[in-house]
Design a protein around this ligand. Structure first.
Ligand SMILES: C[S@@+](CC[C@H](N)C(=O)[O-])C[C@H]1O[C@@H](n2cnc3c(N)ncnc32)[C@H](O)[C@@H]1O
Length: 341
């Protein structure tokens, strides 16, 4: 039986992309006035002897973070909450949610669908006009075009549906993703720490904070300096669950980490900024590309110190299949003891 799984963190593409780029410098930049590039490694010439003569572990891009394990307090609290859960078949439902989340695509949004419909309409109309042997009666042509466009759109449009993280789904999400999510975030934060060992954030903003894994991972990394963790999640149930996890599964206990605040909306004032801004696995929960973009812009404005996009376009995103660099991270799965059905 294997005790580790691996978690890719490429979904954490925004707001920070801690992504060593192939054939390029390390591209982690901070919003220092001069757009300071923190870690700079020279480009490796793949045709030289470098790759053969240097041990694999020393190649640029190889970073080491041992198998990630959840903090003991978090694991214990999760177990308590699972034991108290009223529902049945939690294990099966957690597995189904996992499968669903991995296969889920991002929402395109109405505007993108409209643009596609216009493009399709033009193409179908031209095709029908070419096919027709004589002049087509206008109303018949319109009807044909309409039907074909609708049928094509139905076949090719992904029907994205929002997930409503109520009390039940939030708990299922915890069972499904607490361990993998924590591992992915830990790895991303580790990449920052590795490149900028002196970085000591005092404030953190986590957008779409869910069960609070970002706060736990950031606390493990920078617990000495962090004094304020602002968790923003539109789901009141998620916020309650994250708070309970901090309190060891019981409302009456003190939180294990001090200075964690839960909100359902982002702080409105543009003056409120944070040293570190994170959004993990949440942008894909937004209903359109335009909402994702505007959220990223808002988060960018809320960053006083560390938001790490590339300072140049990622070469991987200019390829036909747009897949940013991604790294597997081993983690120890949450060892939940399930109650019977
Ligand atoms: C897939 S969960 C990710 C949770 C957490 N970041 C993690 O890594 O485990 C996505 C979260 O985004 C939240 N969310 C969705 N839309 C949101 C919005 N507009 N503003 C804030 N949170 C949102 C959901 O309630 C949910 O808790």
């Amino acid at each position: 039986m294997s005790f580790t799984r691996t978690q890719h963190y490429w979904e954490l593409t925004h707001p920070y992309q801690v992504m060593p780029c192939e054939g390029s410098n390390w591209l982690i930049s901070q919003t220092f006035p001069e757009n300071y590039i923190v870690a700079h490694e020279s480009q490796v010439d793949n045709s030289s002897e470098f790759l053969n003569s240097t041990p694999h572990r020393r190649h640029p891009g190889i970073t080491s973070l041992k198998t990630v394990q959840l903090p003991q307090h978090l694991e214990q609290a999760a177990q308590i909450l699972i034991n108290q859960a009223p529902g049945s078949q939690l294990a099966e439902r957690a597995q189904s949610l996992c499968n669903f989340l991995w296969s889920r695509k991002r929402a395109t949004g109405d505007r993108a669908i409209q643009e596609r419909a216009v493009e399709l309409e033009k193409r179908v109309r031209e095709r029908e006009q070419q096919r027709a042997e004589g002049p087509l009666e206008q109303s018949r042509l319109e009807e044909k075009v309409r039907k074909q466009v609708l049928s094509e759109l139905r076949k090719t449009t992904y029907h994205w549906k929002p997930l409503r993280y109520d009390e039940e789904l939030s708990l299922i999400y915890l069972a499904a993703r607490l361990d993998g999510g924590y591992a992915a975030v830990s790895r991303a934060l580790h990449e920052i720490k590795k490149r900028v060992p002196d970085f000591a954030p005092q404030t953190l903003l986590d957008f779409g904070s869910g069960t609070g894994t970002v706060s736990w991972a950031a606390h493990t990394m920078w617990g000495q300096s962090l004094r304020e963790y602002v968790c923003v999640d539109s789901s009141a149930s998620m916020n309650k669950l994250a708070d309970l996890l901090l309190r060891g599964g019981s409302e009456t206990q003190d939180p294990h980490i001090g200075g964690v605040y839960f909100r359902q909306f982002l702080p409105v004032s543009p003056k409120v900024q944070f040293d570190l801004v994170v959004s993990a696995f949440s942008l894909s929960e937004l209903p359109s590309a335009s909402e994702r973009l505007s959220s990223i812009q808002t988060l960018w404005r809320k960053t006083s110190n560390f938001l790490c996009p590339h300072d140049a376009p990622c070469p991987k995103l200019s390829e036909k299949i747009q897949l940013p660099c991604n790294f597997p991270q081993a983690y120890r799965p949450l060892q939940l003891r399930w109650r019977g059905p």
